[in-house]
Write a protein that binds this ligand. Structure first.
Ligand code: SF4
Ligand code: SF4
Length: 308
């Protein structure tokens, strides 16, 4: 499959520009050096590998998903979903070559994220990139051991590797949550405090159902993240990007701050959906009735998926 034009900047280009001003980036610590070394020297080179010659047959796409999902959770994923690969979430010039995608989510520690933009918060992002990168590679390896092709797409493959697939929109199509004003996935389980990775495969999987849990509707009346963002990267209005009506982060404004703090997180920390799981459930229930009464805007985020 051939991707389409993407209006987002290439991460590598933005980071190249940042290199000219490298002194403002955070100095490496023993911990950040460890994670980055593991990611780039061990995980990125092992995103793909040989496929077992004998294929395990499944009775249905749902049965195949159960197998892969159980394995993913066993090795550390907190959220698992699947969707067809759609051209609009594949980067320009990328040939994914697989029709299905598994989306994995992993929780970031609540207390560490609350320290944003302090270094602890950024290090937690890196920590989860590392853990989730490991899980994604293991899930891809598991699928290949079943006799199907599978490639992991690392949660942090952006700084010196060509980006391939948009994890956030894949997660939305897989039904893992909604994409809020701050541009990241907001989930029922952890709010925006999750990181995502994907695995594309030729193992046939079920198409997830998009979720409407009232988060996006809440965002229409909430501007907390927009006001908190130091660099004005979060928009007041939605725009249409690749057929999606969505709030689109200005990555040229966000990435320098993200790089400066090694994972900024201010918007994630201040979001009212950033709560511990027990109170998050209550909060979501509390904001839902307002929308049921028709008092909030009810604008769908995206047009229906053609043919689904
Ligand atoms: S990560 Fe930081 S710079 Fe980027 S949108 Fe969020 S608050 Fe703004
Ligand atoms: S801070 Fe408010 S507007 Fe921003 S993502 Fe969270 S709920 Fe939506």
């Amino acid at each position: 499959m051939q991707g389409q034009m993407d209006e987002r900047p290439r991460y590598a280009m933005v980071f190249e520009e940042l290199e000219a001003d490298y002194e403002f980036l955070q100095p490496e610590t023993e911990e950040t050096e460890f994670y980055k070394d593991e990611i780039y020297s061990k995980q990125i080179p092992n995103l793909d590998g040989p496929v077992a010659s004998k294929r395990v047959e499944f009775g249905s796409p749902g049965e195949a998903f159960e197998n892969v999902s159980a394995f993913a959770r066993e090795v550390g994923a907190d959220l698992v979903g699947s969707t067809a690969v759609m051209e609009r979430f594949v980067f320009e010039g990328t040939d994914i070559g697989h029709p299905w995608v598994i989306v994995l989510g992993m929780e970031m520690d609540f207390d560490l994220i609350q320290t944003a933009p302090e270094r602890e918060s950024g290090i937690e992002v890196l920590h989860v990139y590392w853990k989730l990168g490991e899980v994604a590679n293991r899930v891809a390896e598991h699928i290949r051991s079943l006799g199907y092709r599978a490639t992991a797409h690392h949660p942090r493959a952006f700084s010196d590797a060509h980006p391939t697939i948009l994890h956030t929109l894949s997660a939305y199509e897989a039904g893992l949550g909604e994409v809020g004003r701050l541009g990241v996935l907001i989930t029922e389980e952890f709010g925006p405090r999750v990181r995502l990775a994907t695995i594309t495969t030729d193992l046939e999987l079920p198409q997830g159902e998009r979720k409407d849990i009232g988060i996006l509707k809440f965002c229409h009346g909430c501007h907390i993240c927009e006001e908190a963002c130091e660099d004005g990267a979060i928009p007041a209005e939605r725009s249409i990007v690749r057929e999606h009506v969505k709030y689109t982060i200005d990555y040229k404004k966000c990435l320098p701050n993200f790089a400066k703090y090694d994972g900024c997180n201010i918007c994630v920390a201040v979001c009212p959906f950033n709560r511990k799981p027990e109170t998050l459930k209550l909060f979501i229930e509390a904001v839902r009735p307002v929308e049921r009464d028709g008092k909030g805007p009810n604008i769908p985020m995206c047009p229906p998926t053609p043919g689904r």
